[in-house]
Structures are given as C-alpha cells and as structure tokens.
Ligand binder design. Structure first.
Ligand code: ADP
Ligand code: ADP
Length: 218
C-alpha cells in the first residue's frame, strides 16, 4: 500500500507539494487527478526515492523507498516513457533490468507478452513509437511483479486504442489486488479508469472521493 503523510516539497520559492496526506490500499485503481503543475509527478518521485521531501514522508508498504529490501518486487513505476532510449533492443533493455535486480529471466518473456511487444522484442527501442515506448515502460514496471504500481500520466500522447489498452490493463492490475495509483489531468479518462479519485491542486489535497460518489453529486 501507499501512505503519503503530510508530504511537502519546496523548490526555492515554489511549493510543489504542500502538506499532502492520503493512502492507497490494495485492490482497484486510484486516480491522482489535477491540472499540470499540481504536484503529482513530484509526489510520485518522492515515493520512489527520486526526490527528497522537504518535510513529511511518502511510504510504500510502510517503508521509505530507500529502506525497501527488494524495491522492484515491491513497487513498479512508469514515469516518463521517453526516458527509455538507446540503440538497445527491448529484450536487451528488460534482460539487463532483470539481471541487475535479481529477477528471474523468465519474467522478461512474460511481461513482453503482457504488453504486446513480444513480436518486436529484438527491434531497437530507438525506432519505437511513443505507444511502444509506453508499453516497454510498463513492461519494466511489471518486471518484478510488484504489488504497488505508480503510473504518471500514462495515456498522454496515445491514440484511442492505446488509451483503451492502458485503461483495461490498469483495471485488471487493480482487480488482481494490486495497489494502483495513476496520475492524470483528464477527469473524463479517470472516471472511466479509477474507482477512487485523489484530487490535487497547487500541491494540496482538494478532494478524496469514490468515482460513484462524485457521479451522484454532480
Ligand atoms: P504535475 O505532475 O502535477 O504536473 P509537478 O510535480 O511536475 O506537477 O510540478 C509541481 C510544481 O513543482 C510545478 O510548479 C513545477 O514547475 C515544480 N517543480 C517540479 N520539479 C521541480 C524541480 N526539480 N525543480 C524546480 N521546480 C520543480
Ligand atoms: P530533487 O528535488 O530531489 O533535488 P532535482 O532538483 O535534482 O531533484 O530535480 C530533478 C529533475 O527535475 C532534474 O532533472 C531537473 O532538471 C528537473 N527540473 C528542474 N526544474 C524543473 C521544473 N521547474 N519543473 C520540472 N522539472 C524540473
């Protein structure tokens, strides 16, 4: 599970995340909704140990990321699909990740099939479209078969088929009992994907509500 407790991050005069508190329990999909600049990426980066909180804490399974004994088995993340570059093949990229993280090599084939990239596994990532990079990023996130998954704006720039595919994947991961947090600035998309919404603006919590409740109120 995920626990964000009074989390704050300042960059000079900018308060990116401002005293944010929420938890996400296993099962279902939680949408992390808010306009660009609301602090969603910064929150996820802190949960992943990629940025240090100014104060407060972000915990995965009750621990700070740095204290997790087997991080890739506990939490997987898709932050920026374009971050996977290079002349290597998708297969090499995932094999290397598996080896350096002591993940059984058989998982590589499993996740490549899961994301629909088995047929292009030997092609260089350099030639991949955004949608293919997105799938590869998701394959990497799933490699350790983690119970907690963070997806930062996964549908950005995808065509309608890609958007639908990601929606179904997130819903099935949630239905398997994993803890799924997905950020987006698109209310309409989150209504279709998530059961619950944690809504943020200017780094602060605006609402924490189930999608059904929201539909009844508006
Ligand atoms: P979101 O993911 O909701 O779009 P971000 O977490 O990316 O929001 O950004 C929140 C705020 O923090 C923005 O004003 C952004 O410019 C600022 N910010 C994020 N990362 C940094 C950084 N490394 N240095 C300075 N400012 C940052
Ligand atoms: P930390 O918050 O842990 O100190 P850094 O300040 O090193 O992290 O920033 C992390 C990344 O965010 C850097 O690659 C930096 O270039 C990028 N960054 C810097 N300013 C901004 C900004 N205004 N909005 C978003 N990202 C930014």
């Amino acid at each position: 599970m995920i626990d964000v407790r009074q989390l704050t991050k300042r960059y000079g005069g900018t308060v990116a995340v401002d005293d944010l508190t929420f938890s996400v329990r296993p099962g279902g999909v939680t949408g992390f909704l808010g306009p660009n600049g609301a602090g969603k990426s910064t929150t996820m980066r802190m949960l992943l140990g990629l940025a240090a909180p100014t104060s407060g804490e972000g915990l995965v399974n009750g621990q700070r990321y740095a204290a997790l004994r087997d991080p890739m088995h506990e939490v997987g993340a898709l932050l920026d699909a374009n971050a996977v570059h290079g002349g290597r093949s998708a297969l090499d990229h995932l094999r290397c990740l598996a080896l350096t993280n002591r993940i059984g090599i058989g998982r590589v084939t499993t996740v490549l099939e899961q994301v629909g990239l088995a047929g292009v596994a030997r092609k260089r990532v350099k030639g991949f479209s955004l949608g293919m990079r997105q799938r590869l990023g998701i394959a990497a996130a799933l490699l350790g078969d983690p119970g907690v998954l963070l997806f930062d704006e996964p549908v950005n720039g995808l065509d309608p088929d890609g958007v639908r595919w990601i929606r179904e994947l997130l819903r099935s991961l949630g239905a398997e009992g994993r803890t799924v947090l997905v950020s987006s600035h698109l209310m309409s998309e989150m209504e279709l994907t998530a059961d619950r919404l944690v809504i943020v603006g200017r780094g602060r919590l605006v609402a924490d509500t189930s999608v059904d409740e929201l539909a009844e109120r508006y």
